[in-house]
Ligand binder design. Sequence first.
Ligand SMILES: [Ca+2]
Length: 377
Amino acid sequence: MTLRLKSGTHTRREFLATSAVGALAANLVGALPARAAENPKGSTTASPATPRRIIIDTDPGVDDAMAIFLALRSPELKVEAITAVSGNVPRELTLPNALRLAEIAGRTDIPIAGGASVPLVRRLITAKYVHGVNGLGGVDFPAPTLKPVAESAVELITRLIRANPGQITIVAVGPLTNIATVLRADPAIARMIPEIVIMGGSLSGGNVTPAAEFNLYVDPEAARIVFDAGVPLTMVGLDVTEKVLLREEHVRLLEASNDKVSQAAGKIMRATLNRAHHGIDATVIAMHDPLTVASLIDPKLLKLADYYVEVETEGEFTAGMTVGYAHAPARASAPYANANPPQPDPDLSFHPNARVAVGVDPERFFNLLIPRLTGNS
Ligand SMILES: [Ca+2]
């Protein structure tokens, strides 16, 4: 028996209440955090009248730049803060990039904070080969005049969530170091987060190793903390993001608009497209992060399914892999012969911990993204 969601518009609780899995569902509902009942709005459609409040945790990053622009241009979303983390490039670059992008968009009202400079326990691996030496495709932008707030990313996220329990969704489009640090330092905060929407992971192979997607590869231990925290998760991984590939026609539309955001986006994406044409894997133009933000604006963009996702942290070749179970039993690897005590029997009940994006409508996505950036929506 598989437990698949037919659409992304039901909360897990609603799904379980209406599914035909009887006693199993009752057990699962009983096990869900109380927060799910207190705040069943995690999956509802945002609108300009009732914008969805979000914090963007990010490592800009060329596709992060598009995601930030899209969020700042969308009345369905209210960006409460932007927090920077090391990933595509070190935080010494991602933080000024976040400040630059907000400044270009004319949104100097948004607090921006610097976060983790290294993963929890690993050395930082970056992706300058994709994002250019400065994280913005190598395009030179003036130094930002906007300054970061005095609080760290962890302090800012913690304060905002605690002051607005159940109200602010976290959109995490970089390695999960900052978010894991928040959850580890303040475990009770998990109940106050209605949803974490993650760009990362994959059910169908990685992009850094055959197993791991970049964000999870960089900090698998952080990802494991986040996936195990009991917060409702949506995972927007390579299964869908590698199906939204920016094309020449899109870049031309960005370049053709006089809008400041569109001009900046056009320069960044022209540089990235050129990079793609010079031997780098064509998926460098995958719009990973903007698709993740777009899914909050238009829930019909993605097809979601319930999964139990484990994050591999031990593997010599597989660390950062997301292992998704669509049904029980969720088995771990076979125990070693000398294991003491022996491994318990596999859990025969199904406990999904994430909604995973398994389908996408690419044209619908670009029909949303490009007009928002050109200022023609
Ligand atoms: Ca990113």
